[in-house]
Design a protein around this ligand. Structure first.
Ligand SMILES: Nc1ncnc2c1ncn2[C@@H]1O[C@H](COP(=O)(O)OP(=O)(O)O)[C@@H](O)[C@H]1O
Ligand SMILES: [Mg+2]
Length: 481
């Protein structure tokens, strides 16, 4: 018999040990991994594909609710049981909305835990097999497939064969009935029963707000390039904009440029787009996001690229949720050959969501110590998200000596520069004033040639060559000199 594979997530090592000890004598389950926060938990889910995750709520970096929410989107086949302490019962509803399958309250007994684990595993198993027979899988690039439909407001994935929504899981399936609920109710389930009357019925996702994910096409998915740096002013937007244009010009391919610097994005200003439609209008006006929505809201620039600008006002950024971003990026991947994402300088939900859909990350650096320190920190975080192999270092203003040699920079961040873009104040300022990308306004300038060379490296939907191995060789070479 296959054992139920468990991941234990808690920021206190002793608590993890206690949980593992409590489950030690359960022959039908095994703990395959541990994690100390939400980010680590998602990483371990990717690596280990456990059946059930026992998830603490309050943890640093990413809490258990957020991690559960993201797990439901990325790994719908993994069941999460939230573990909370007495007095945190306000988290019950949040946990369930996030997609947790059960909710246990400490202090835990081994019987409570084992019963809950078996119950959610059995339900998940049952639903997966029903789902397999009913549903086709929808490929989402490098991520595991997501099936069925998703609620636009909650991002909640709903399958006809899936009882995870409130109507069936929290209310209905809590009643012991038939095959699904043979086990006695665990402590957590009992607690839910006591509390369920207090839950507002409005929590049930209204059926008319459920949007359909388009069926897969045989066409290959577009290459998603995300431009990032933890520091502002390094040239992310300049790079994203000009790269999009050269890619469109090189191959006559469909290119989308999306501004996910939701509060202060300035792509629309840089490209003099006066239409006024933005990503916040798109998500506010539309209950169902689909390919038609893209056609209606993506702004066609005269260069041929399609642009989804950031909101005009910072306060409108809040209309755009991570679920919207996920849906939009999935649609873009299905409808475009290249998708370029400009970002805000932060590791927040929106960027983390976008990173899930990203094939390569252009990490932008300049040759000053503050930026390099920032790049190093960004690299550490991206490393912890297991994204190292997607990172390509792009050095902007590469000829501007701000005190750091390029070789020292590469040694410092342990990565070789994949591409260099020179500094050219005059051309760049003139481009901004004209509202056109520099590759068009000063086509023969060195900076424009450099953007074109970058585009050529990506011809045919390729990522830039991975420079890390060469980087190590280079560093070795430096040391061996
Ligand atoms: N290679 C370059 N040469 C000259 N100026 C540049 C270059 N790259 C960016 N800039 C200028 O630096 C400023 C910041 O660039 P921007 O692309 O907006 O950075 P970010 O998006 O990282 O905040 C802008 O005024 C831009 O015109
Ligand atoms: Mg910017």
């Amino acid at each position: 018999m296959n054992k139920i594979r468990l991941l234990v997530v808690d920021d206190v090592p002793q608590t993890r040990k206690d949980i593992i000890r409590l489950l030690y004598f359960e022959d039908d389950m095994e703990v395959v991994g541990e994690a100390g926060n939400g980010i680590e938990a998602l990483q371990k889910m990717n690596e280990l594909m456990p059946d059930v995750v026992l998830m603490d709520i309050n943890m640093p970096q990413m809490d258990g609710i957020k991690a559960t929410e993201r797990a439901r989107q990325i790994y719908p086949d993994i069941s999460v049981i939230i573990i909370s302490i007495q007095g945190e019962s306000e988290y019950l509803k949040k946990s369930m909305v996030a997609g947790a399958r059960d909710y246990l309250v400490k202090p835990l007994t081994s019987e409570d835990m084992a019963t809950a684990i078996r119950s959610v595993y059995k339900q998940q198993h049952l639903h997966s097999s029903q789902q397999n027979s009913i549903h086709q899988e929808i490929p989402t690039g490098n991520n595991p497939p997501i099936t069925g439909s998703v609620n636009i407001e909650t991002g909640y994935h709903k399958n006809p064969a899936d009882s995870r929504d409130f109507s069936s899981t929290v209310y209905q399936s809590r009643q012991p009935s038939g095959q699904q609920m043979e086990e006695p109710l665990s402590g957590g389930l009992r607690m839910i029963q006591q509390q369920e009357k207090q839950l507002p019925h409005g929590s049930v996702p209204p059926a008319n707000k459920v949007m359909q994910i388009p069926q897969p096409e045989s066409k290959p998915l577009g290459l998603v390039t995300l431009v990032f740096c933890g520091k502002g002013g390094v040239g992310k937007t300049t790079l994203a904009t000009n790269l999009a244009v050269v890619l469109a010009q090189n191959e006559k391919k469909k290119v989308a440029l999306i501004d996910l610097d939701l509060q202060f994005g300035d792509i629309a200003v840089m490209l003099n787009l006066t239409d006024g439609k933005t990503i916040s209008d798109m998500v506010r006006d539309q209950q169902a996001l689909n390919s038609d929505t893209l056609t209606n809201y993506m702004l066609r620039h005269f260069t041929g690229i399609d642009i989804l600008p950031a909101p005009l006002f910072p306060q409108d950024a809040e209309y755009v949720t991570t679920q919207h971003v996920g849906t939009i990026l999935r649609l873009l991947k299905e409808n475009y050959d290249y998708i370029i994402i400009d970002t805000a300088s932060a590791f927040h939900d929106i960027n983390l969501q976008a990173l899930d859909f990203t094939d390569q990350i252009l990490l932008v650096a300049n040759r000053d110590l503050a930026t390099i320190k920032n790049v190093k920190t960004s690299l550490n975080i991206l490393d912890s998200l297991d994204l190292r192999d997607k990172i390509r270092l792009v050095l902007n203003r590469s000829d501007q000596d701000l005190g750091v040699e390029i070789a020292d920079l590469e040694k410092g961040v342990e990565l070789v520069v994949s591409h260099q873009i020179p500094s050219d104040e005059r051309s760049v300022i003139s481009a901004i004033n004209k509202g056109v990308p520099v590759v068009l306004s000063s086509g023969s300038a060195e900076i424009s040639k450099s953007f074109r060379r970058l585009g050529e490296k990506m011809v045919g939907g390729k990522r830039l060559p991975n420079q890390e191995k060469q980087g190590k060789a280079l560093i070795n070479r430096i040391f061996s000199l």
